[in-house]
Design a protein around this ligand. Structure first.
Ligand SMILES: O=C(O)CCC(=O)CC(=O)O
Length: 265
């Protein structure tokens, strides 16, 4: 199980695919580990060297303490990803980020343009609000723990059909949320709450594809279209039959969109 010291913390990652293939870095959404990409990887791992990692305080990556006064920031999360690339000796990668992972990817593309080749922004936005939803979530977690939010999260992550048809998956993903560290989730909530990336996104130079599940209620298609409109030359693709985590509900379709886009670069 690979761990590496990067950006001052112990990060948990997985690197698979041909050693000489272009690197494709996946960044996850809040409350998840890199296993949300498990079903996508087999569709891409012949042509890309796939790097996945757990965000700070998530999965098996180290959590750092969070107080009312000091949470995490989107810059810190972008520095974590850049530190991971440094530690692994990877100069440049395609980056595919989901939700907060997509916000981190926007930030990385602005802060370190030489590191980002192709940019895929999946079910994300330049701002995810209103800020009150983050205050409410943080208060609920601090009062009652992670299980206070896990049922509501499932309703946003997956379509009704998937929730009805795959109770095994819903139990598993509920456990994934519940086992996320409180400080990790709260710290990342603060990073989302405090981020408005829209103005800075005008400077993104990487070729960009924005993808959104047609049934996403957390970062709906209208918001994702606005994100694409704010990034020079960005394309937008709607993914039918998926909500907030298309890599779980529509892995082959998501992989085809990613591969089609990267194949043109
Ligand atoms: O998923 C994210 O990273 C942010 C949006 C969100 O909170 C969706 C959810 O878990 O309900």
């Amino acid at each position: 199980m690979p761990f590496i010291e990067a950006a001052g913390i112990t990060q948990h990652y997985d690197l698979t695919g041909p050693a000489d293939a272009p690197v494709l870095l996946f960044a996850n959404s809040i409350g998840t580990s890199f296993h949300i990409w498990d079903a996508v990887v087999p569709h891409l791992s012949q042509r890309y060297r796939i790097l996945r990692y757990d965000m700070r305080g998530h999965g098996l990556t180290q959590v750092t303490p969070v107080t009312e006064a000091s949470g995490y920031s989107m810059d810190l999360l972008a520095d974590d990803a850049a530190g991971l690339l440094d530690a692994l000796g990877i100069a440049r990668a395609h980056v595919c980020g989901l939700s907060i992972g997509g916000m981190m990817a926007q930030r990385l593309a602005v802060k370190a343009p030489a590191r980002v080749h192709g940019l895929i922004l999946c079910d994300t936005a330049g701002v995810i609000g209103p800020q009150s939803i983050w205050a409410d979530r943080i208060a609920a977690i601090r009062a009652r723990g992670m299980t206070a939010i896990s049922d509501g999260v499932m309703a946003r992550w997956f379509t009704q059909g998937f929730r009805d048809g795959r109770p095994d998956q819903i139990r598993g993903y509920t456990a994934m949320v519940a086992r996320t560290t409180e400080d990790g989730y709260v710290g990342c909530s603060m990073a989302i709450r405090d981020a408005d990336l829209r103005a800075a996104n005008a400077a993104i130079a990487a070729p960009t594809l924005v993808i959104c599940g047609a049934e996403d209620v957390a970062t709906p298609p209208g918001v994702a279209r606005e994100l694409a409109a704010g990034i020079p030359g960005a394309r937008f693709e709607l993914l039918p039959g998926a909500a907030h985590i298309p890599g779980v509900e529509k892995p082959a379709e998501l992989a085809a969109l990613i591969d089609g886009f990267l194949g043109d670069l």
